[in-house]
Design a protein. Sequence first.
Length: 443
Amino acid sequence: MSIPSVETSASPESGGPVPLRRQRDYRLLWSARAVSETGSEVARLALPLTAATVLAASPIEMGLLTAASTVPFLLVGLPSGALADRVIRRRPVMATCEVAAGLAVLSVPAAWLGGLLSIPWLIAVALTVGVCTVLFRSFNLPHLTSVVAPSQRTAALAGFQSVFAIAQMCGPSLGGLLVALLTAPVAVVVNAVTFLASALCLRGIRAPEHGTRSRRRGMLREIGEGMSALVRHGTLRALCATGMIVNLLGAAQLALFVLFAVRVLGLPGALVGVAATGFGVGGLLGAVLAPRLARRFGENRVLLGSVLFFPVGFVATAAAGGPVWLVVCQLGAAEVVTGVAIVCYSVCASSVTMREAPAELLGRVNATIGFATQGVMAPGSMLGGLLGASIGLRPTLWVCSIAALLVIPCLWLSPIRRGARPAAAGSTSAAPLPRSAPAAARR
């Protein structure tokens, strides 16, 4: 593993690590994610609105535009992990990704003003930003080991999850306001500025990047090493499988949620959005609770406890009914519970990944997990649509609810349970499990 920066050394007053909020490098890294994620949420609304309102996109074109942002996970997800393990200095690559994404997004208003904007142009921008996102994430987890001390990584990961939660809650509202004030193509400029601001924050980090890098053996062989390591490591294999199940079923549910809420439950469109914000609220609470729970119970126990709540959101959605106010309360409360559970799981799973995976394979293992967990979402959406059309909306949601119970034995029958001991005093990690090979886990 890499050597932590000087700022993560022991505090002379307490004898322990300097609190993260007082570490300049972590503040810069956190700020980079904060501005970038908020801008991305703005673009998530502004780009489709540009296609729909300015270019009169057809449903097929809208589908292609949406798919363009996720296809890079399948195209470059695995090679990006191998590339991340080949280098020691990952920060310049991350900053370059942010600059490239910012320039790509900035081309949208420029093309619009020049009369050149088209659907293929927007798709190309979405693909470029998607590739940059995949590369950034593959390099980010190994890079974190250079900035944050091992005892503080769970808290650091929780800080990043708080960024995601806040962006999910505030980003769409901010995006809608900017679109209303500036028009959709101009609102995209905000996203470009946030990408460039993120790059500047990354360039300001001073922590030396000491670490290990893998020997070059050919891209296919290196990718195979990462995949093999994941498959052979019982703990991290279980984390990957759990993430795949949740994302597959979550995508199936999401494909039907709006139709179910409007046509079956009779919710107005505005209230559908209000209920959905519960996940962001829960995610923020989870980011606050995760490091505290990990310190008290150990990460393995938090993981085992989190999965017990995963089916709650599926069951509450499938069982929802009654007056509008009651339905909104049911869905909102379930989303809050699910958000807390998902974020606690994600934080601890990422921390376990960093603990269990050898440094020279961390990038590939993390990328393999991203490839597997993100790659199942497209077929999950298709599965939800097919089931919804054949057996109905509510029955399909009940199928998802029953299938969601699989996450419990998936994790509870794994080595994670055997290693679920309370964390030692002053530590944020449970006692490490035996390493048989590496693997990883992530949103």
